[in-house]
Design a protein around this ligand. Structure first.
Ligand code: FES
Length: 107
């Protein structure tokens, strides 16, 4: 049995400004990670869902990116409302949030 029902990884990788790939830190990844933490507290995820910061997830061009396991669903949230929708609909509700999916990374 898995230790957690779900695991949310948010890329916060930071690259030099000169790097053409850019990075999720420059595109709001730290805010996204903080908003997931806040959602976790508000929704009492402790012991059930983990929201972790991650290094590069190799999807830089779509950043900021988030991946939710065990389903392996990739999202690109931009706002606190986007994070709230993923928390409410997917993590707590089990329904994938189609409008926030990363095109091409979800099968
Ligand atoms: S920098 Fe975020 S996926 Fe690569």
């Amino acid at each position: 049995m898995a230790r957690f029902e779900r695991h949310v990884f948010t890329c916060i990788n930071d690259r030099d400004d000169a790097d053409a790939r850019g990075c999720c830190a420059q595109r709001g990844g730290l805010d996204i990670a903080a908003w997931f933490k806040a959602e976790g507290k508000a929704r009492n995820w402790k012991g059930r869902v983990r929201a972790n910061k991650a290094g590069c997830l190799d999807a830089c061009e779509f950043g900021p990116v988030v991946v939710v396991y065990p389903e392996g669903v990739w999202y690109s949230p931009r706002t606190q409302e986007d994070v709230r929708a993923i928390a409410e609909q997917h993590i707590d509700g089990g329904q994938i949030v189609d409008e926030l999916l990363v095109p091409g990374l979800n099968g």
